[in-house]
Design a protein around this ligand. Structure first.
Ligand code: NAP
Length: 297
């Protein structure tokens, strides 16, 4: 490769929360960005076009990903995964199968490095489909001949914003006793940590959280404070959650998948190495102002 040429990086999951944060960070740090999107989702990349060299499309859950999408690509970063069930596919189909297809195609196309965005706590032997699928993919990746990197983030600020919306409605619902801890991170800080991995020693696993750890009670109290309204915090006991899990497991696998992940995250510690500078309170205040603006317009 000509040393003057920018390194070409393919972002898979480019249309998601993290993918969209990664693209400007990569381009501002001198990388040439190829954004991989599903054909139906590529419109979400329009506002980022100034940071993207090329948009390529493929369905990663289908075999035979075209080799042409990897032309000149040095590194792949994959943030492909199910966070909100939309299209009837399972975690095994997407978090495991989609990433596996992408890895195999990258291996055959001369890509050198594969950075996989997993999740903190994935190595715990818990019966959570989303974690199991990610764990299975990690197991395959560490046997790959590529220079792999695994990043295991804690929760994103953007997901914490859901609790702000609850606070505005008057009640923040928490699963469990509210004492489990988490290290939420801004997607841009996480993106900086991920881009660092492009040049880090290969074959390493890092967990990445934001600059501060919180209990879920502290997060709920912060959300209430930011809204400036009185609101209450409701704790759903674990016995009730176990019953809900047993019922949804029989009646609706997608609901079970989402619920089991949320119960896991809110009833066990999911802290990670502290990183970044963007604070949760400032993010939530900005979110609150933006949401109020929408309501007054
Ligand atoms: N959000 C969090 O708090 C958090 C915390 C830790 C780890 N993570 C993990 O980090 C990764 C990125 O999270 P995120 O919040 O950015 O997720 P997101 O906003 O839901 O984005 C997920 C990405 O995966 C793609 N995807 C989903 N289903 C697909 C399918 N069937 N075929 C091809 N692509 C598909 C989406 O494409 P479309 O736009 O076409 O749907 C999107 O680009 C996920 O693996 C997530 O589990 C998230």
């Amino acid at each position: 490769m000509n040393s003057q040429q920018p390194v070409r990086v393919l972002v898979a999951g480019a249309t998601g929360t993290l993918g969209r944060a990664l693209i400007p960070v990569l381009s501002n740090r001198g990388r040439e960005v190829v954004a991989l999107a599903r054909p139906a989702s590529q419109g979400r990349l329009e506002s980022l076009s100034g940071h993207i060299k090329e948009v390529v499309t493929a369905e990663v859950t289908e075999p035979d990903i075209p080799a042409s999408i990897f032309e000149g690509v040095h590194s792949v970063i994959s943030s492909i995964g199910i966070t909100r069930q939309r299209d009837g596919l399972s975690y095994d189909d997407v978090d495991f199968g989609g990433n596996l297809n992408l890895l195999r195609a990258a291996e055959q196309s001369g890509v050198q490095r594969f950075v996989y965005v997993s999740v903190v706590g994935v190595d715990q032997e818990v019966n959570v489909p989303g974690l199991k699928a990610k764990r299975r993919f990690e197991e395959v990746l560490v046997d790959s001949t590529l220079e792999w990197q695994i990043v295991r983030p804690s929760g994103f600020f953007t997901d914490i914003a859901d609790f702000l919306a609850m606070a505005r409605r008057g009640t923040v619902h928490l699963f469990g006793n509210g004492r489990s801890r988490i290290s939420p991170i801004h997607p841009t800080d996480l993106s900086e940590a991920i881009v660092d991995r492009l040049e880090a020693k290969p074959r390493t696993i890092v967990s990445v959280g934001g600059p501060a750890d919180f209990t879920w009670d502290e997060i709920a109290e912060l959300c209430c404070r930011v809204t400036g309204r009185r609101c209450r915090i409701r704790h759903w006991p674990e016995s009730l959650l176990q019953l809900a899990l047993a019922i949804t497991r029989v009646l609706s696998r997608p609901t079970y998948g989402t619920l089991s992940f949320l119960v896991h995250v809110m009833t066990s510690d999911t802290t990670a190495r502290n990183y970044g500078s963007r604070g949760l309170e400032a993010f939530l205040k900005a979110q609150q102002e933006a949401d109020q603006q929408v309501h007054t317009d």
